[in-house]
Design a protein around this ligand. Structure first.
Ligand code: FES
Length: 329
């Protein structure tokens, strides 16, 4: 199989054969590049090709015509046809190795009609390390669905997930009507690069979530709570949005000094709090956007709108980190 050399901006190189995506080869070589869905849908692996020829693995439907003309591709969806030079540096962190493990449902709690919390138990010999904010794929009957881990540390061989009921969703009927303790499943992970990036000069850490997008945000908050040295001279903002009160199904009772929680609802009449979209409410706060970092998890619409709106306010593009729910993810 013909192999090509891939060059990153910070002089890191790796080899990639003509059947393997640039992203997969990087991860196989322990080189961390930004990614989430792995399915050419979320855009998080978007990268500019400076030199060389690539081909799409599947028809690419998410980049704009302007982005394509400018040389952008999705690294999860392109294979090399020559040596390649990419306009990107690696993330400079070693991602925990992804693995597939059997697991059993330890506990399943119906938080309300639309949300369950599932606790999975992995075999004692499995060491499932992850970074707060990463996700896993659950594999059942040959199908996969992705869920963010809702806590920051692997303890007691357990993984906890918040799962929303999607009408007609492939796994929803299972989680909400059939799943029971001791059911055997498989889990693959950890996956994705949604995790906290410590930045000394950052003054405001802004966490935006809609619905069960709170799961990885909760994990990051737990990490920050456990590591106060990360928060020197920083204020942490959490804006969590839903339609109705029951969509905000968890209470963020963190105690660190500079923490502000703003619950936001769109369709609740009996509500004195913030109304509207999280990104709009965030943009009206006393946040120093040029020195802020934003971590956003939730609907694609929220993420796209937040990125546009907040970069207009002065947020630097490289300080916006997102994990979008894409259909089927
Ligand atoms: S589009 Fe490539 S990882 Fe989501």
């Amino acid at each position: 199989m013909k192999k090509h050399t891939i060059h990153l901006k910070n002089n890191i190189t790796y080899t990639c054969d003509e059947n393997t995506s640039l992203l997969k080869a990087a991860l196989d070589n322990d080189i961390s590049l930004e990614y989430s869905c792995f399915e050419a849908r979320c855009r998080s692996c978007k990268v500019k090709v400076l030199e060389g020829k690539v081909e799409n693995l599947q028809e690419e439907k998410v980049l704009t015509a302007e982005e394509k003309v400018a040389g952008y591709v999705l690294s999860c969806n392109v294979v090399p046809r020559s040596d390649i030079r990419l306009d990107i540096e690696d993330l400079g962190v070693k991602l925990p190795a992804s693995q597939v493990s059997p697991c059993k449902i330890s506990n399943i709690t119906h938080i309300n009609g639309n949300i369950v919390e599932v606790v999975l138990r992995l075999p004692p010999k499995v060491d499932f390390q992850f970074l707060a904010g990463q996700y896993v794929d659950i594999i059942r009957n040959g199908h996969k669905r992705s869920y963010s881990i809702s806590h920051s540390q692997y303890e007691s061989n357990q993984l906890k997930l918040f799962i929303r009921n999607y009408e007609g969703g492939l796994f929803s009927n299972y989680w909400f009507n059939e799943a029971k303790p001791n059911d055997l499943l498989r889990v693959e992970g950890p996956l994705g690069t949604f995790f906290y990036r410590h930045n000394e000069v950052c003054t405001d850490i802004v966490l935006l979530a809609t619905g069960t997008g709170i799961a990885p945000i909760k994990a990051i908050l737990e990490q920050l709570q456990a590591s106060p040295e990360l928060l020197v001279n920083k204020k942490v903002w959490l804006l969590w949005g839903g339609r109705k009160k029951e969509d905000l199904f968890w209470k963020p009772d963190f105690t660190f000094a500079h923490f502000e929680y703003i619950p936001v609802l769109t369709r609740e009449d009996d509500w004195q709090g913030a109304k509207g979209y999280v990104q709009e409410i965030a943009s009206a706060q006393a946040i120093s956007w040029p020195t802020a970092q934003v971590y956003a998890c939730g609907s694609e619409a929220m993420i796209q709108s937040a990125q546009e709106l907040l970069t207009k306010q002065g947020l630097k593009g490289e300080n916006f980190f997102a994990d979008a729910f894409v259909a089927g993810k």
